[in-house]
Design a binder for this molecule. Structure first.
Ligand SMILES: Cc1cc2nc3c(=O)[nH]c(=O)nc-3n(C[C@H](O)[C@H](O)[C@H](O)COP(=O)(O)OP(=O)(O)OC[C@H]3O[C@@H](n4cnc5c(N)ncnc54)[C@H](O)[C@@H]3O)c2cc1C
Length: 446
């Protein structure tokens, strides 16, 4: 039986395995997914998780529950030697071992792309994983609770009430908008803090935000954000973040305990560089339009496939950037569905079909009851765009079990309000026990 190894169980990896389960006949191939995480994360929900509008667990899809015919291995793939069709699998706390495959599907996604700005690595946090979104939610709430107990003129209080986001793409704008909305709701429970004290700054190097929408829509978002109390600084760079003091190219300084970096992504360098598969100039694995990996001459590498953010897949609609599909979930999901069909076709000696998908547009949630939607020249702003955002993502969440949890969560929040209890102490779960635990008396010398 041929062995299919899927590296990464995120959007593209999860959908590839899910669809292979559907398309493969019984006994036709063995499918293995390797991912250190036991779930696929629905990343478009991260800003709402950070805002307390979605329960973190509801925004992930369990591999073991929903991939019933796939073997799931919770470990990292640390090396791919495709010449010998061998992958090195490294479980946490255990010895690495080798896995021999016939077909490999690389779907290891992307990571935050940063620049060597002093202090960013030490003081900022990304918005690329559910764990980061949880930490942002807890930090925001905890900072406000701490600030409330400090005198009005305290510098620490001002710092705790300042949030800085770097990067004005979709992720950055949704993040600052959702956090602003969450903070405004939080102030109703913390009367010691006035609205004017809370500071939200987004720093963007380009002269505009959200390249996926029209300039008119982007400018409307900036205006709305300003009205709600979040300031967007265009043509401004983050020059330094040492000790959590964000210094910008226009000379401003924002001391902050919550600096969120959302200025771009790059293909997972550990997986790409740890493999002998060909890559293009931007560090992605090159594929042809049917999602098979190709070398620099365009020759197909037998038994190798890639999709999602880690792959450079030609955009046959003529859109994309540099002729390649942009890294987003719209492409990752559809590429995975096409890849699964093509892989089965290759196993059966049939023809593959090229991947082609015309961009459906973009929809952003901008806090409760506000959104922006753009598809070609059609732009919807405000409440109906927010309905479109929730409607689209509620239904796009994979599996009915997960859709149900997310949508019911929204219904609960509508009646009960968002849940803004922070559980930051769970980062050190043994601290309480250890504070009071009896310990053996030190042995005395005779
Ligand atoms: C905040 C935010 C909002 C977004 N909103 C939208 C949106 O509204 N619309 C849209 O279309 N797109 C959106 N995106 C982009 C979209 O989520 C990504 O393009 C999509 O997740 C890419 O899918 P992927 O499978 O390539 O990578 P991922 O979904 O990131 O999956 C990669 C997987 O690989 C695993 N992995 C990593 N290293 C290893 C290893 N060594 N071995 C094994 N496994 C490994 C990871 O654990 C992960 O599970 C958003 C992204 C973010 C961060």
């Amino acid at each position: 039986m041929p062995k299919i190894l899927i590296v990464g169980g995120g959007y593209a990896g999860f959908y590839t395995a899910w669809k292979l389960e559907k398309h493969l006949r019984s006994g036709e191939a063995e499918v293995v997914v390797v991912d250190p995480l036991p779930y696929m994360s629905y990343l478009p929900f991260l800003p709402e998780v950070a805002a307390g509008a979605i329960e973190p667990r509801h925004a992930v899809v369990s591999h073991r529950r929903h991939l019933k015919k796939t073997r799931v291995i919770n470990a990292k793939v640390t090396n791919i030697d495709h010449a010998s069709k061998t992958a090195t699998i490294s479980p946490e706390g255990g010895e690495s071992w080798e896995y021999q495959y016939d077909q490999i599907v690389v779907t290891a996604g992307s990571v935050s792309r940063t620049f060597p700005i002093p202090g960013i690595a030490e003081n900022a946090i990304g918005m690329k994983s559910i764990e980061e979104a949880i930490a942002v939610r807890d930090t925001l709430v905890r900072n406000y609770e701490r600030a409330a107990a400090l005198p009005k003129d305290s510098a620490t209080r001002k710092r705790l009430l300042t949030t800085v986001v770097v990067g004005g793409g979709f992720a950055g704008i949704e993040t600052i908008a959702e956090l602003r909305s969450a903070a405004t709701a939080l102030l109703q429970k913390i009367p010691e803090i006035s609205f004017e004290e809370t500071q939200f700054h987004l720093i963007e190097a380009a002269p505009r935000i959200m390249p996926e929408v029209s300039l008119d829509t982007a400018n409307w978002v900036i205006k709305e954000m300003g009205r709600l109390g979040a300031h967007i600084h265009l043509e401004t760079q983050c020059a330094d973040a040492t000790d959590g003091i964000v210094k910008t190219s226009d000379g401003a300084e924002y001391p902050s305990d919550l600096i969120i970096w959302t200025a771009g992504v790059m293909a997972n360098p550990k997986v790409v560089n740890g493999s002998d598969l060909p890559r293009e100039g931007r560090g992605r694995i090159s594929t042809q339009a049917d999602l098979r990996v190709i070398d620099e001459n365009g020759t197909v590498i037998d038994g190798a496939w890639a999709a999602g953010d880690v792959a450079a897949v030609p955009d046959l609609t003529g859109g994309g950037v540099g002729g390649m599909c942009v890294p987003n979930a719209q492409h990752a999901v559809r590429q995975a569905k096409r890849l699964a069909k093509n892989l089965v076709a290759v196993i059966r000696g049939e023809q593959t079909v090229d991947y082609i998908h015309k961009n459906m547009g973009a929809v952003a949630g901008l806090g409760l009851y506000k959104g922006a939607f753009q598809s070609n020249n059609l732009a919807i702003k405000g409440f109906f765009a927010w309905i479109a955002h929730r409607g689209y993502h509620g239904l796009a969440m994979p599996t009915w079990e997960r859709k149900w949890r997310v949508i019911w969560g929204w219904v609960h929040n509508f009646f009960l309000g968002r849940d803004q209890v922070q559980l930051a102490a769970s980062a050190e779960p043994k601290a309480f026990f250890q504070e009071f635990a009896s310990r053996p008396k030190p042995k005395t010398e005779d």
